[in-house]
Design a protein around this ligand. Structure first.
Ligand code: DC
Length: 220
């Protein structure tokens, strides 16, 4: 791990790096590598929504049902984040459904904020720069072409031993992005002061270097 040349946050202020963007744009890989590089804690906020969606599915309820989704979010336990089955396409769609319920988002907000404020953090999600930490010192909105994103997710599923046809992965990714961008509460969108980072033609190493250059450039 190396440390930055100059302090990135004022003395005493936790450094918050917000990474938002659509599904499979490379946010998670970038956020994890940035956190390791800068010595910051990392929070995958999608996991909170996935675990909530999973709880609803396990209860045999509909993730679009606001009452069931809210009850699941309020009952969430730390160990829910370690359970298997959170990375499946089914859990992703359930996460996107529960994420549209305002009371679910409210229930998960305090945890995200206290995680970041404890020691600073890199957080990835859909509304980190707009809602969770609108005052984050650094905001990146990570995108890639729909084809590149679907192909990456397809490869991930292959590697995980749960292959699906590319067309199905593409359709589910599109459905999720549309749902996440169209919801009324905390929709996925770049914060006005976010820097866009298109990873279509970048590998993980190149994306990390560009992100570090963005983070280290002088801000006013
Ligand atoms: O990042 P992910 O693919 O694991 O997220 C799963 C779903 O959770 C995503 O489709 C929308 C929702 N989500 C959200 O609404 N807000 C966040 N900050 C993170 C995820």
């Amino acid at each position: 791990m190396s440390t930055p040349d100059a302090p990135l946050a004022p003395a005493g202020a936790p450094l918050i790096i917000a990474i938002d963007g659509p599904a499979a744009a490379g946010k998670g890989t970038l956020a994890r590598r940035l956190a390791a590089h800068l010595g910051l804690p990392y929070l995958d906020t999608g996991l909170l929504y996935r675990a909530t969606g999973r709880r609803v599915l396990d209860a045999g309820a509909d993730p679009h049902d606001p009452a069931a989704a809210t009850a699941a979010a309020l009952a969430l336990q730390p160990e829910d984040l370690d359970r298997p089955g959170l990375r499946t396409p089914e859990a992703a769609l359930a996460a996107s459904a529960v994420a549209a319920v305002p009371a679910v988002r409210a229930a998960l907000l305090a945890f995200q904020r206290s995680f970041g404020l404890a020691r600073g953090a890199v957080l990835d999600g859909r509304d980190i720069g707009t809602v969770v930490f609108p005052g984050a010192q650094v905001k990146l909105f990570v995108t890639a072409s729909a084809e590149a994103r679907a192909h990456r997710r397809w490869l991930e599923l292959q590697t995980a031993g749960t292959p699906l046809p590319l067309a199905q992965v593409e359709a589910e990714t599109r459905q999720r992005d549309e749902q996440d961008a169209a919801r009324a509460t905390a929709p996925m969108k770049p914060a006005p002061d976010a820097v866009l980072l298109d990873t279509t033609a970048l590998d993980a190493e190149a994306a990390l270097h560009i992100a570090l250059a963005i983070i280290r450039r002088p801000r006013n």
